[in-house]
Design a protein around this ligand. Structure first.
Ligand code: UD1
Ligand code: UDP
Length: 384
């Protein structure tokens, strides 16, 4: 009798590679245990992100096996992109017949995977389930609501996520898993310290610069918001805080069209997207983070770096409640006020709060155990 269990992970965008890394490692560890079932881990990449610096670099640096299949879908309008993914994933699922599909986060790749698998009655585990911004104009909010409601195992990273799933009647599928990105951060932060050269190549001192990112559609597609954010970056650089800005290709493509007259201040270092180890190093040693990224808000918290989130709301409300993150929208006055607030703080210590909300950095192992228990019983007992 063949006792191999075939788990398929579906990824497509940068943050998903980072969430996949600890799961791939947990599968390898389990396969070394003779008492565990044999796991075959197949990785599909939709091709949503495709530049080396947005995709392959993460597989290389984080030791993730390169994808078995890359659908090469590329960029496009939401319907076109998601539609191409759906068709491609369906074909792969029919051919590969996995026992279960793992999906991550809230991108178009996530929702396409959820739709394809659910129509073929293939069980789905959703990593980072239960996140809500309550802003349905965000494509990610639609993706995560759909993904949660058609998945079979909901791996909820925080108490708030568990609560949201309970409110939507999904408790019986919910597992409290802790946050998988916390696994990635703790696994890599010391490695980054040893290997990353990024700070040697930039004229910024440890503890005195800001790390910034900007890529959200709500900011990049709105000329006024984009102008406010980029002018405020310059204003902060002008006040003497250097900013390192690894620029997402979406924003890089938008800038010359939307803000043709904008020029970076000499203290604002706009660089290409960086790999994970360089990013860890940049976040770890920054005085503060300015961002509209989901993942970066958490990483800043895990690494004790104060954060300013240039969005109207956050799914990671725990970071705000712990006093580590200030929500400013794209409002220049609010961003500047938050910047001045953080510059007045001599030292911050978020350490104790992290595990209260995000678990013990053992999320990948808990995720895998929940998947195997589900496949064993094909039914979950409520955990809350
Ligand atoms: C996507 C996700 C978002 C996530 C982000 C992570 C959706 C709806 N959005 O947004 O939730 O936070 O990834 O980074 O799934 N591009 C390149 N090279 C690449 C990838 C993209 O040049 O390798 C450019 C293209 O011009 C493309 C644009 O970036 O049109 C946007 O890419 P896309 O994947 O559609 O959305 P993201 O903004 O990356
Ligand atoms: N990141 C990276 N290099 C960069 C910018 C971001 O490695 O140049 C990492 C970041 O540390 C985090 C993840 O990418 O782990 C976040 O991805 P992104 O902001 O693209 O997406 P989001 O989290 O908002 O969905």
């Amino acid at each position: 009798m063949d006792t191999t269990i075939k788990i398929m992970s579906l990824v497509g965008a940068r943050p998903q590679f980072i969430k996949l890394a600890p799961l791939a490692r947990a599968v390898d560890q389990m396969n070394q245990d003779p008492a565990s079932p044999n796991l075959q881990h197949v990785i599909i990449h939709t091709g949503q992100h495709y530049d080396y610096g947005m995709s392959d670099i993460f597989f290389d640096e984080l030791g993730i096996p390169h994808p078995n299949i890359n659908l090469g879908v590329g960029s496009g309008r939401h319907g076109v992109q998601t539609g191409k993914m759906l068709a491609g994933i369906e074909e792969v699922l029919i051919e590969q017949q996995p026992d279960l599909l793992v999906i991550f986060g809230d991108t178009n790749s996530t929702v396409a995977g959820a739709l394809a698998a659910s129509k073929l009655h293939i069980p789905i585990a959703h990593v980072e389930a239960g996140l809500r911004s309550f802003n349905r104009s965000m494509p990610e909010e639609i993706n995560r609501i759909v993904a949660d409601h058609i998945s079979d195992i909901l791996l909820a990273p925080t108490p708030t996520a568990i609560q949201h799933l309970q409110n939507e009647g999904l408790s019986d599928k919910t597992i409290s898993s802790g946050d998988i990105m916390y696994d990635t951060v703790l696994h890599n932060v010391q490695l980054a310290e040893k290997k990353s050269e990024i700070l040697n190549g930039l004229p910024v001192g440890k503890g005195s610069y800001a790390i910034a990112t900007c890529h959200r559609a709500e900011n990049t597609n709105d000329p006024q918001r984009l102008r406010h954010i980029f002018e405020t970056f310059n204003a902060i650089a002008e006040r003497g805080t250097p900013i390192v800005l690894p620029l997402h290709p979406r924003t890089k493509n938008m800038l010359p069209n939307v803000l043709p007259d904008w020029r970076a201040h000499e203290n604002l270092f706009v660089i290409e997207p960086v790999g994970y180890l360089d990013m860890m190093q940049l976040v770890h040693h920054a005085r503060l983070a300015l961002t509209d990224s989901g993942g970066l808000q958490k990483e800043a918290f895990f690494l004790n770096t104060p954060c300013i989130t240039m969005r109207d709301e956050t799914e990671w409300i725990e970071t705000v409640e712990a006093g580590a993150n200030i929500i400013t929208s794209a409002d220049p006055d609010r961003i500047m006020e938050a910047y001045k607030y953080w510059m007045r703080q001599e030292a911050v210590d978020f350490g104790e709060e992290v595990q209260k909300f995000f678990g013990n950095a053992d999320s990948a192992g808990r995720t895998l155990k929940a998947i195997l228990a589900f496949l064993n019983e094909k039914t979950l007992s409520p955990t809350i």
